[in-house]
Design a protein around this ligand. Structure first.
Ligand SMILES: [Zn+2]
Length: 266
């Protein structure tokens, strides 16, 4: 059973500061080759811990934390969640997979995780685009992103039921399309509305260009900036679906998506 739960669907500075929508990231439940359900937490931004507990998820059960880049709406709760994953820091277990900016620091960015916390998980891997890592037998690939943090990476989760792509904050770039080719499910960060671009982020049009070129079976929109939230994310999803013919859903805080059910995989 592969499924997703959105611990937050807000993104960008003001949506995060004002918690216009929650910013806890995405929780992915994914089966390892032995059939055990693994719990992956992607981009635990501010409030991730509180949102998890409110939704009945235990931070003690997390198997892996993945951080795409060194902006606080993506990394803020990482350290306390490492403490959760490692049973209060008492057991060396779990995996931490993150960009070089998050773990080591690049220029003005990071590091975002202390040495103490980096020493706690069983597996700590710094990833750059093109690198893959096996986490409990699940292949996770880091892919290109054109974001202001030069260490930024997107992720691809290769499951026996197909590939789930997680697009990191990014400007539109053909390399994003190539990096996420053949994803069955594509998670897209839509920070800006139609016709209102800012550098290094996707507008609704940009997200449509990516969805239209990759052609996943399902595009899930998240990481909404305040203006997208004001306009109504379902409107953005409708527009993208109309433009591309790709089934598109705007995620909501707390929304669960059963990937197998939605793709009708048996
Ligand atoms: Zn960012």
């Amino acid at each position: 059973m592969t499924s997703l739960k959105f611990l937050g669907t807000g993104g960008g500075r003001f949506a995060a500061i004002l918690q216009t929508r929650a910013t806890g990231g995405v929780y992915l439940f994914i089966e390892d080759p032995s059939g055990r359900l693994r719990h992956f937490h992607i981009d635990p931004g501010p409030g991730a811990l509180v949102r998890m507990l409110a939704m009945g998820l235990s931070p003690l059960k997390t198997d892996a934390i993945l951080v795409s880049h060194c902006h606080p709406d993506h990394y803020a709760d990482t350290e306390i969640l490492i403490e959760g994953m490692t049973d209060g820091g008492n057991r060396r277990q779990g995996a931490l997979i993150a960009s070089r900016s998050v773990l080591e620091g690049i220029g003005d960015f990071g590091p975002a995780v202390s040495k103490y916390h980096r020493a706690k998980p069983l597996l700590v891997r710094q990833v750059s685009p093109g690198e893959a890592v096996e986490i409990f037998g699940i292949n996770v690939e880091a892919v290109f992103s054109a974001h202001s943090d030069p260490g930024s990476v997107g992720f691809r989760f290769h499951t026996p039921r197909g590939t789930i792509g997680y697009v990191c904050d990014t400007a539109f770039d053909e390399r994003i399309v190539r990096a996420h080719a053949q994803s069955r499910v594509l998670i897209l960060p839509v920070t800006r509305p139609l016709g209102m671009p800012i550098p290094y982020h996707l507008t609704v049009e940009d997200a449509a260009k990516i969805a239209g070129a990759v052609r996943p079976e399902l595009a899930l929109l998240t990481h909404f900036g305040t203006r997208v939230i004001k306009d109504g994310p379902p409107k953005a999803a409708e527009w993208i679906q109309k433009q591309t013919g790709v089934r598109t859903i705007a995620a909501e805080d707390g929304m669960a998506v059963d990937i197998e059910e939605i793709l009708k995989i048996s």
